[in-house]
Design a protein around this ligand. Structure first.
Ligand code: ATP
Length: 350
């Protein structure tokens, strides 16, 4: 096991272009499961490949444990990687695939190590099969087993679930989490799927345009986004962002009086859909609105309400009487509102 320390990593693919990774510093603790999350093109894969040694940073250093590995090739870094497309060898059996890295390293006890790794991903009964006789999920498990079989001190994964269908993705995600606990290896995991990031990571580093804009526990980044981008990127639906203005009669949000605990003239009120309580009767401090759209999600209703000029998304119990066009009142507890400066888009705190 080992910790990972990235210091001031900058990587440009072509001279003069915007950096794919821009001055990133990040420490991943020994045994920690760190998720790199962000939209397509934000630099996640480049950063992961820089840790692996498949890319080299223009500026910055990579330390694994107490070793400076910045200039070392991948094979000298003691790490394993699982890629998006399950790169299993079609002409090798499951057992041969899993043992591949061990044979390359000429390590003893291959058979036992293969059986152990296969057991971790529940492939014990498939050791003699060829990949063509496996499902997508099973092939991806072979790739994971092959990576963990070498007992790397660092395990890197790049969107390993993205080729699986929705149901398999869900079950494999749980398996991966259980496996990570068992392995106790330092893991860096790349995804653009925020649900996956929140469910898997001990910590999540949210990336935007080559930079890490926020890192923290899943609940920290979800509940306390540092800026509008993070609030919008995490959560389904994204955090509501309602304009607040201060006029002669005090603050209004979406045109209605509202208590705002900050100075200034213009702010944005960030409120998550599940933190808004909808009611069919007026109550003090609630914003009046009208139902525009109702989307049943099975366990809840996703209601879009028009409040002034704004659309507000609310999650309600399924028995909430949300008929199209019906009046409703929306209330959010003050401690559940996160305030942002519209000019900088940064959070002001609560
Ligand atoms: P995705 O989720 O789509 O894989 P990502 O967040 O992993 O995206 P990267 O693949 O790291 O992003 O790419 C970051 C930026 O670097 C993008 O603008 C991309 O076009 C560019 N880039 C990546 N690889 C190369 C390359 N080999 N040559 C030139 N530019 C590249």
């Amino acid at each position: 096991m080992s910790d990972i320390r990235l210091t001031g990593i900058t990587k440009r693919y072509t001279r003069g272009s915007a950096p794919a990774v821009d001055d990133v510093s990040l420490t991943v603790a020994d045994g920690e499961f760190m998720v790199l999350l962000g939209p397509s093109g934000c630099g996640k894969t480049t950063l992961l490949r820089t840790i692996a040694g498949l890319e080299h940073a223009d500026i910055g250093t990579v330390h694994l444990g107490d070793r400076d590995v910045t200039a070392l090739p991948p094979r000298r870094r003691d790490l394993a990687m699982v890629f998006q497309g399950y790169a299993v060898f079609p002409h090798l059996t499951v057992a041969e695939n899993i043992g591949f890295g061990l044979r390359m390293r000429k390590e003893p006890g291959i058979e036992e190590a293969v059986r152990h790794a296969a057991g971790l991903v529940q492939l014990d009964d498939y050791l003699d099969r060829y990949p063509s006789a496996l499902s997508g999920g099973q092939r991806q498990r072979v790739a994971v087993a092959r990576a963990v079989a070498v007992r790397p001190s660092v395990l890197l994964m790049d969107e390993p679930l993205s080729n699986l269908d929705a149901l398999l993705r869900l079950s494999f995600r749980s398996e991966l989490k259980a496996l990570a606990k068992e392995l106790n290896t330092t893991i860096v995991y790349v995804t653009h799927d925020q649900v996956e990031a929140l469910s898997l990571g001990d910590r999540v580093a949210v990336m935007q345009a080559g930079r890490i804009v926020q890192s923290g526990t899943p609940m920290e980044v979800y509940d306390k986004p540092v800026n509008r981008f993070v609030g919008g990127f995490l959560g389904t639906p994204p955090m509501n962002m309602l304009p607040a203005r201060r006029g002669a009669d005090g603050w209004t949000v979406a045109g209605h009086p509202f208590a705002v605990p900050h100075d200034g003239d213009h702010l944005l009120a960030g409120i998550r859909a599940e933190n808004i309580e909808a009611s069919t009767t007026a109550r003090p401090g609630a914003l009046p609105g009208r139902v525009r759209l109702v989307e049943p999600l099975g366990s809840q209703l996703l209601v879009t309400a028009a409040v002034g000029e704004e659309d507000v998304k609310i999650l309600t119990p399924t028995d909430f009487p949300a008929a199209d066009g019906a009046e409703l009142w929306l209330h959010a507890a003050p401690e559940r509102v996160r305030w942002f400066d519209p000019a900088t888009e940064r959070a002001l705190g609560r």
